[in-house]
Every structure is written in C-alpha cells, then in structure tokens.
Design a protein around this ligand. Structure first.
Ligand code: MSP
Length: 519
C-alpha cells in the first residue's frame, strides 16, 4: 500500500444535544459497511466520525440541564455517543470532537488565511435563524414563520458579523457539478444542488456575537465562528489540514485528502455541496470527490427526530434483534438515497425470512449434516460449475453495487446467492443421499459445495454483519484452515474450493435466534 492514497470516508459529525437515535446510526452503519468493504478489497482506508459540539443548540441544551457546555459534551460523548458506536461494531479509525485543540487551532488558522486572502469582510446580518438547523434562513424557507424541518418558530437576528464571499464561487461550483455527475449523488441530490446554484447565492455570515460557545474569530475575539463553518472543517482538520508537508499532519493529509465520500443525510446536503467546497476553493485546497445524500428514516411520515419525540434508540431494536440484524435491516430494506419508514413488522418479517431462515438455517443445517455424516470433517474438495459461476457473478455485481453505495442492490445479490444455495440443498436432498452408503461420494460433493458456498457468503456478508459471519467462519473451522475472516479479499472470494478438505467443523451457535412470540 505504501504511500498510495487512502479511501477516506466521513459521516456527519453529530450534535451532542442528545443521545444517538437510529437516524444517526443509519448513516454511521452505512459508512462502516462501505469502509469495511473497501478494507476487504485490500485498500488502505480511513473512516472518520465524530461530534459537533459548538453553537447555540448545544449551548441551550447544556444550559437547560444546568451543566457547563464543555462538561455536557464530555459526558454525553463518553456515556452515549462512543458507547453506541462501539455496541454497533463501528470500526472508525478516528473520532473527532470540535472542542479538541487539534481542530480549533486548524480552524482558526484556516479562517485567518481566508481573511488574509480577501474572502472575509465585515457586514450586518438581519433575518431569521433556526437553532434546530443552526441555519440562517431566507423568508421563503419558512412556513408561517416556522422552520420546515423542525416545525418550530425561528429567531430574528440582527448582528454585526463577519461574512464569507460564498457568492464568488457560484459559477465554479455550478460548472463542477455539471461536469462531474459523480461529485454529488444520487441524481435527485445533484439536481437540487444545481438548481440552487442556478438561483441567487448570497454571501454567508460566518460568525456570531451574541453567545460565546464556539471558536473565537482570531482577529475579533468578541465573535465566535459560526458552528457550520467550524463543523465542516472537521473533515480536513482531523487529517492535518494546513500542517507543514513534512510534519505528521501534513503527511496524513497527503495520504487522505481529498475525501472520497462525505456521507450525509439529505437535510444537510447544501452545507456540504455548496458551502464546504466553496470554503476549500477559497483556500485553494482540493474539494471532496463525492457528496452522497441519503434519505430520511420516517416515523409517521415525518423525519424521525428526538426534538419531535419520535427518536428510537438503536438499543430499542438491538435488544430484540441483535446488532447484526440492525446493521442489515436498514441497508437491505431502504434504497440508499430514498426515504423509508421504519416498521417493527417489516423488521420482524425480514429477520425471520432472510436472516433466520435463509442464512442462519442454511448454516446450521450444513454444519449438522457434516457432523452427522462426515465426522465433523470437511469432505474432499469438489466443484459444482453452475454454483461457481453464479458466485463469480454475485461477487461482481455486489462489488459494483456496494462501491456505488447501492447497499440494497449489493445485499440483494448476495442474498440471492444464499437462496440459490438453499435451492441446491433442497434439490440434491443430501439427507436422502446419506441413507445409501453407495452414494457417499455424491453426499460429500453436495456437502462440500454447500460448505464452500457458506465460506463465500460469510466473507461477503462480513462488512454488513461482522459478528454472525465471524461465528459462522469459526464453526466452518476457517480461522484455523484459512485465516481471519477480515483478511479475506473480495477479489479472491469467488475462487471455488478454498475450504481445505479434512478441516474440522464445530457446532454453529444459532446465528439468528427465533423471535419470541410476543415480538
Ligand atoms: N452537526 C450537523 C452536521 C455537521 S457535519 C459537518 C448535524 N448533526 S445532526 O446530529 O443533526 O445529524 C444529522 C445527520 O444525522 C443527518 O444528516 C443524517 O446523516 C443523520 N440523521 C438524523 N436524523 C435522521 C433521520 N431521521 N433519518 C436519516 N438520517 C438521519 O446536522
């Protein structure tokens, strides 16, 4: 890998006004699956997530709880955000908090650079502001004086602030998105950004003077930097933005920047596709390769959110269904980029039919048959050409889909292969073949093919369901006979016959236990 650029993926950094709900987890799990997939492609990967801690919203929440804002953030990050990601098996390489000095110092240096280059000027902001969005609004953005996303009244601001010359980058941004369709996806997001840029783009107020919970403007310390200007920079400050080329930070930056994918919800698309690249253009730093805006998880037809009391904690779901089913469900059920409603019924139905029956049962039946008919030992290597061919096609289509962030398409093609193997077992009826000692070779062949197909399924599903695939891997004896599952390469997985004959299987723990009747 050497100095080759890493595949660098980020999630939004989340506000620490509350604990994570399944909407936040949706983005983070998607990022985790994609980065795990790229790691299994043998690429060097850098996966960043973190928390957005400044601004009025977090300050107000801390004050309402009678805690100093830094204390509030420290407590919530340690007691809630980091543990939830750990529980969901999120393998992020770094976690950035905007109150860390590594971030604050680089933000100040960046802003000073823009000021020195003439992109910042003093002005007056007058207009509505939504604290929920932390966004300056235009009167046309509101419904009867309320923010459309938060359905709450906005504040009227009138402040002397510092402004960033956002309007100067309108043309350049427009050309960029017209020329590079992959830079903003899906197409609906790109269209929204293009039509926004075809309208009037105003300069942006980038400081606030009425509260002090933020990074001070370096040349005017009575003002703090606007929380979005501060937050967007996390993607670059976390990897050494602006550091000397031969320092540790500078080398990290060269290896990671520009980001390959900024994963965001569609609520924060404009910040990422308009303001963020304009900031980078002004500083003559490369802009990210792709902004991908996914849809919302809806409850009762509206964006699920804590402020509307519709937030569901990930643990509400994982306590019944387990972590792997949680990771699987949302990516499998909702096309990435489209809104989707969460329903317990749909979750239970897919859990039972796809995970417990199609995948879990296949694994336990195969291991049970190898125990019963082959003395716990993988039989001689055999190849069923039609299965091998289908596996090769599966790997190709799953890889293409997942790399294009079509998680549903990718998972579907893997699960179709799983169905095909179930069909193979049903058609070949090994339990009948086993009754005739003269057909032992045929029995071995069926069991070998099924076992090797499960080997491939474990690897392909590992990025989505790390825990249960690891269990399956162990029970196939593959840890000893092949090596660790995380090291298996996507490019090698279709090579049929990798499970060595003679290795020992052990009983599979039930991968997806039956749901209790009252669920
Ligand atoms: N702090 C800003 C982001 C700054 S990034 C430089 C922010 N934070 S947030 O806590 O409100 O999280 C927003 C993100 O959480 C969304 O963009 C999305 O990724 C995720 N989601 C929050 N609610 C969601 C749903 N109901 N459905 C899907 N994703 C949701 O905005």
């Amino acid at each position: 890998m050497g100095d080759k650029k890493s595949f660098y993926l980020t999630t939004p950094i989340y506000y620490v006004n509350d604990a994570p709900h399944i909407g936040h987890a949706y983005t983070t799990v998607a990022g985790d699956v994609l980065t795990r997939w790229h790691r299994q492609k043998g690429e060097s990967v850098w996966f960043l997530t973190g928390t957005d801690e400044h601004g009025q919203k977090v300050l107000n929440t801390a004050q309402a709880n009678k805690v100093a804002p830094q204390q509030w953030c420290d407590d919530l990050v340690e007691s809630s955000w980091k543990p939830v990601w750990r529980d969901l098996n999120i393998a992020n390489d770094d976690f950035i908090r905007t109150t860390e000095s590594r971030h604050m110092e680089r933000v100040q240096r960046f802003l000073q650079g823009l000021k020195d280059d003439g992109f910042i000027y003093a002005g007056k902001f007058e207009g509505p502001y939504c604290i929920g969005c932390e966004e300056f609004k235009l009167p046309g953005d509101l419904d009867e004086g309320k923010c459309r996303i938060h359905s709450k009244p906005v504040e009227m601001l009138s402040e002397e602030n510092w402004f960033f010359k956002l309007s100067a980058f309108r043309e350049e941004l427009l050309n960029h998105y017209k020329k590079n369709p992959e830079a903003c996806q899906p197409a609906s997001a790109r269209n929204e950004v293009i039509s926004f840029l075809e309208g009037e783009v105003r300069d942006l107020s980038i400081s606030r003077s009425t509260f002090d919970w933020g990074i001070p403007v370096p040349w005017d310390t009575k003002q703090v930097i606007y929380v979005w200007f501060d937050a967007l920079l996390n993607y670059a400050t976390a990897v050494g933005l602006g550091d000397d080329a031969d320092s540790e930070g500078g080398k990290k930056f060269a290896k990671t920047w520009p980001a390959d994918v900024h994963l965001v919800g569609k609520d924060i698309l404009r910040f990422h596709a308009v303001i963020w690249p304009a900031m980078l253009m002004a500083a003559k730093v490369a802009i990210p390769k792709k902004i991908f805006a996914h849809g919302w998880l809806l409850v009762g037809g509206e964006k699920m959110s804590k402020s509307k009391l519709t937030g569901i904690a990930p643990s509400d779901i994982t306590k019944d269904f387990g972590v792997d089913a949680f990771r699987y469900y949302f990516l499998r059920a909702i096309p990435f980029g489209t809104d989707g409603s969460f329903s317990w019924e749909d979750m239970s139905a897919r859990y039972t039919s796809e995970l417990a029956n199609d995948f879990g049962n296949l694994a336990s039946r195969l291991i049970a048959m190898i125990e019963k008919y082959c003395e716990n030992t993988i039989p001689a290597v055999a190849t069923e050409a039609s299965l091998a061919k289908q596996l090769a096609e599966t790997v190709k289509s799953a890889d293409e889909a997942i790399c294009a962030l079509d998680f549903q398409g990718g998972i579907n093609s893997i699960m179709d292969f799983c169905k095909r193997i179930n069909g193979y077992v049903t058609e070949t009826e090994p339990w009948k073949v086993a009754k005739d000692p003269a057909r032992k070779a045929e029995l071995d062949l069926i069991l070998y093919n099924t076992a090797d197909a499960l080997r491939a399924l474990a690897v392909l599903l590992h990025p989505v369901m790390p825990e249960s695939t690891e269990k399956l891997w162990e029970s196939l004896g593959a840890n000893t006979s092949i090596g660790s599952i995380a090291e298996q390469k996507i490019s090698e997985v279709a090579k049929w016959g990798q499970l060595p004959a003679g290795s020992k299987v052990t009983k599979t723990p039930v991968l997806f236990p039956r749901l209790e009747e009252n669920k």
